[in-house]
Write a protein that binds this ligand. Structure first.
Ligand code: ATP
Ligand code: LTN
Length: 335
């Protein structure tokens, strides 16, 4: 019999529109993983409401995120791609885990501090317990590995602490997840401030390349990218962060090494280089955009995939939740 695959879990918040950073740093790499792992990818719409959302836009964004996952190449028949809010086990387990999480632990979370500073008018309890919901996501599926960016490692660490604490009381209920250590994608920085990561919630639209940006808009954004006052295309993250970021993007897009890129643009100046990066990214994203447009029209297909995967996620997570409820001593429902 074939050896059982390990379980991999990840997801993105259904807030804003995905950027080139989300794609090169995460999504593109997820696509290669379903042969080796049994993969679950969530549309994290419950996490999204820690920041106020416009309901009409939010509904569309969440559905678009699902569709973009598929358009980017995540096969919904091989990966379980589902909506977090469609599976009530997440909310239920999050409540239970809240009672096994200390305020002292949550006080240390840097994302909470950052987000509270950014949304000073809405520092809600959901923002505070965000990592507990994330722990519930991961633990419900008994994930072995979780690919996340550096900014989320602290949340993975608290997930492990909560799981170990729970297991310490009740026995082996949860698998203790590890960060995914395989090949991780490029870290893409803002085109307007190369010291900051490219982010879907940046207020400056020129700072981020969105996966759905038109080819001409993409080219324009790269032309306007902030660089330095020299003219030499040379990889030097410390002294030339803007150019180095563009080189990272060009390398991740074309597969060329830094050395090759330096040679290719020797003596040609930044203008030529920026044009080449814009063209390469536009070419990379065009097929994804075409597929996205096609899929958006095929409502019946997307609906059927959502339904099938929601059911799979529900089935898997219910098994864990049932065990948890039994262990903590909830009475059983009489049916
Ligand atoms: P927000 O601006 O809403 O906080 P974000 O754009 O930072 O969002 P997340 O939803 O936090 O994106 O992250 C989704 C995934 O994309 C994570 O795995 C994260 O590590 C990855 N990611 C996000 N931004 C980048 C980036 N600039 N470069 C590489 N990977 C990124
Ligand atoms: N917090 C993550 C999104 C997220 C997630 C998860 C990632 C929510 N639940 C579970 C991995 C596993 C983010 O902002 N990138």
């Amino acid at each position: 019999m074939a050896e059982e695959k390990k379980i991999l879990y990840s997801g993105m918040q259904a807030t804003g529109t995905l950027t080139l950073g989300n794609y090169l740093g995460a999504l593109r790499n997820w696509i290669t993983l379903n042969e080796e792992y049994e993969c679950y990818f969530g549309v994290m719409d419950m996490h999204s409401i820690t920041v106020r959302q416009n309901p009409t836009e939010f509904r569309q964004k969440a559905r678009d995120l699902f569709t973009l996952y598929v358009a980017a190449g995540l096969d919904p028949e091989k990966n379980c791609i589902y909506f977090q809010s469609h599976v009530p086990c997440h909310a239920e387990l999050a409540w239970i885990l809240n009672c096994y999480t200390y305020m002292g632990e949550l006080n240390r979370m840097t994302q909470f501090k950052d987000k509270s500073a950014k949304h000073a008018d809405n520092i809600n309890a959901g923002l505070y317990t965000y990592p507990v919901l994330m722990a519930a996501d991961i633990l419900l599926y008994q994930a072995d590995v979780v690919p996340v960016g550096k900014d989320q490692l602290q949340h993975l660490e608290i997930t492990r602490d909560i799981a170990q604490r729970f297991n310490g009381v009740y026995g082996d209920v949860f698998k203790i997840p590890e960060p995914y250590t395989g090949k991780i994608g490029a870290r893409v920085m803002s085109l307007q401030d190369p010291m900051k990561k490219m982010s879907k919630s940046d207020e400056n639209p020129n700072a981020s390349v969105f996966l759905v940006d038109d080819a001409n808009v993409i080219r324009k954004k790269f032309k306007r990218a902030v660089t330095d006052s020299e003219t030499e295309v040379r990889y030097d993250v410390e002294n030339k962060p803007g150019i180095s970021n563009l080189m990272d993007i060009y390398s991740a897009t074309t597969g060329k090494s830094m050395e090759d890129i330096e040679k290719e643009f020797a003596g040609r100046g930044y203008g030529d280089f920026k044009t080449a990066v814009g063209d390469a990214v536009a070419d990379l994203l065009t097929p994804l955009q075409e597929r996205f447009a096609e899929l958006k029209k095929d409502k019946a297909y997307i609906d059927s995939m959502i339904k099938a995967n929601d059911e799979k996620a529900y089935y898997t997570s219910t098994k864990t939740l049932r065990k948890v409820k039994k262990k903590i001593g909830y009475t059983e429902m009489i049916r």
